[in-house]
Design a protein around this ligand. Structure first.
Ligand code: CMC
Length: 438
């Protein structure tokens, strides 16, 4: 089998030879980034499937939302670089951008922010869900359950064919995720739930729902609120990653948006994905001191150890993760603002990064720190326990999931996602009665 790309102008074709059959397949170009070969008719014309475990060479959709150039370390939302959004925008504005493709005017911003604020409360009966969980339940387990349960409470926004209901569902999810996340935290801490406050912005409100208690006033630290808002921006969307693809696949069957986002949360939980921020902090804690770093770097290079440097490496970035650059800066800002001059884990992280970036193994494999490397230290300094780290990722990523889900529903090319397989099981055989089996 071989293939070559030929043709000229706007409609090139790729020709693939499968045994004796030559198949011409259209090559499609996006605005920027690699072209795609449309292999849709491959099976019909050759009888062969495309085999690509892990989807390393497979584009599953066309999308206008996010662009990544992993070799150059570029991440754009709606064409805007992540660094500029993190410095000059805020999370609500980025939510609007991801959902609508453009940054809002002042009027659009005010209307959108108000709509999100008005949806922050959850149905009062939902609080009973939490008490069904053990106090020591992982908050991500609670998130999977409670977010999935939203579809049982908001029947008026589950009709995916109604654009207005889709919009309401999107806004409800973005608005209620911080409330549900804060309730999961309060439940595990044995503290009463704190209601949302509509006079606070999105991120300040989340901080007060997490850290306020009924017996004394709570003042949000604006530096911390700004830092967390930036962390939310950094996590808002990341193209067709595992959890987003899960949301799209779940949604392709026509499942309601709340169920789809619950599926995304379940996928995010894994340590190779969103769970890496928790795993990275646990790893830094385990390393404990700069002297022990070489031992762990050696272990990470030993394939038989099963150990990897958490917060290092990325499927797409073969250069510094641009989110990690902002995250590292934010980490220093938060520690400075809180007066934490001597954070031993930061010293371990920075030295580990330095050593790994000079090590031949990591250089050759292009393994750089990713967003999760510094986020744990930052979130812990703000006051979140490690179990909450992936929950915070989920809060921020909800807008990306919802935007991608909406785009998929509105895309006339999308059909139910139904991958095929290379079957390696038994060939057809006759069933032998149990008493005659040897
Ligand atoms: N430490 C040591 N070796 C590594 C690491 C690491 N963190 N990551 C990759 N490698 C090696 C791997 O062993 C393999 O070596 P070889 O080619 O000799 O077999 C090579 O690098 C390529 O790795 P891969 O597993 O084939 O790459 P992938 O694209 O399938 O995996 C990854 C990407 C992010 C799952 C992986 O780098 C990893 O497990 N990193 C640690 C977990 C982590 O930090 N995840 C967060 C990702 S960013 C946030 C998010 O997506 O949620």
């Amino acid at each position: 089998m071989n293939s070559d790309t030929t043709g000229s102008g706007t409609s090139p074709i790729a020709t693939m030879k499968v045994k004796d059959t030559s198949i011409d397949m259209p090559v499609r170009s996006g605005t920027i980034g690699p072209d795609v070969i449309d292999v849709g008719k491959l099976y019909k014309e050759s009888g062969c499937f495309n085999y690509d475990p892990g989807f390393t060479s497979t584009a599953n959709c066309s999308s206008k939302i996010t662009y990544i150039d992993g070799d150059k370390g570029i991440l754009l939302h709606g064409g805007y670089p992540i660094g500029q959004l993190a410095e000059q925008s805020n999370f609500i504005e980025v939510c609007y951008l991801l959902l609508n493709g453009e940054l809002p005017t002042q009027t659009q911003y005010t209307e959108f922010e108000e709509a999100i604020t008005r949806h922050t409360m959850v149905h009062e009966q939902m609080s009973r869900f939490f008490t069904g969980f053990r106090r020591d339940a992982h908050p991500m387990a609670i998130m999977c359950g409670v977010v999935g349960a939203l579809s049982a409470f908001y029947h008026d926004s589950t009709d995916i064919n109604d654009p207005e209901q889709r919009t309401i569902a999107a806004r409800r999810l973005i608005a209620k995720m911080p409330t549900i996340a804060a309730m999961a935290y309060k439940y595990s801490a044995g503290q009463p739930f704190i209601y949302p406050r509509n006079d606070l912005d999105y991120t300040s409100n989340f901080l007060q729902m997490c850290f306020a208690v009924p017996c004394e006033p709570y003042t949000v630290d604006p530096v911390i609120a700004r830092a967390l808002d930036r962390i939310f921006i950094l996590h808002a969307d990341h193209e067709q990653n595992a959890s987003t693809s899960t949301v799209r696949l779940a949604g392709s069957s026509g499942a309601n948006p709340f169920a789809c986002i619950a599926a995304g949360i379940a996928c995010l939980w894994g340590p190779a994905h969103g769970g890496a921020n928790e795993a990275a902090l646990n790893m830094l804690t385990e390393i404990g001191s700069v002297e022990r770093i070489p031992e762990y770097v050696k272990k990470a290079k030993d394939k038989t150890s099963g150990f990897r440097l958490m917060g290092f490496g990325h499927r797409v970035y073969k250069n510094y993760d641009p989110r990690a650059t902002v995250m590292q800066k934010t980490c220093h800002e938060v520690l400075d603002s809180l007066g934490i001059r001597d954070e031993p884990l930061l010293a371990v992280a920075m030295e580990l990064e330095r050593i790994a970036l000079e090590d031949e193994y990591f250089v050759e494999k292009k393994l750089y720190p990713n967003i999760d490397f510094y986020s744990g230290i930052t979130l812990r300094a703000i006051g979140f326990p490690v179990e909450m780290f992936t929950v915070l990722f989920a809060v921020a990523r909800t807008v990306g999931w919802v935007a991608q889900w909406k785009e998929m529903i509105e895309d006339p090319e999308q059909r139910i996602g139904r991958p095929r397989q290379l079957y390696i099981g038994n060939e057809p055989r006759e069933l032998v009665a149990r008493e005659k089996r040897g």
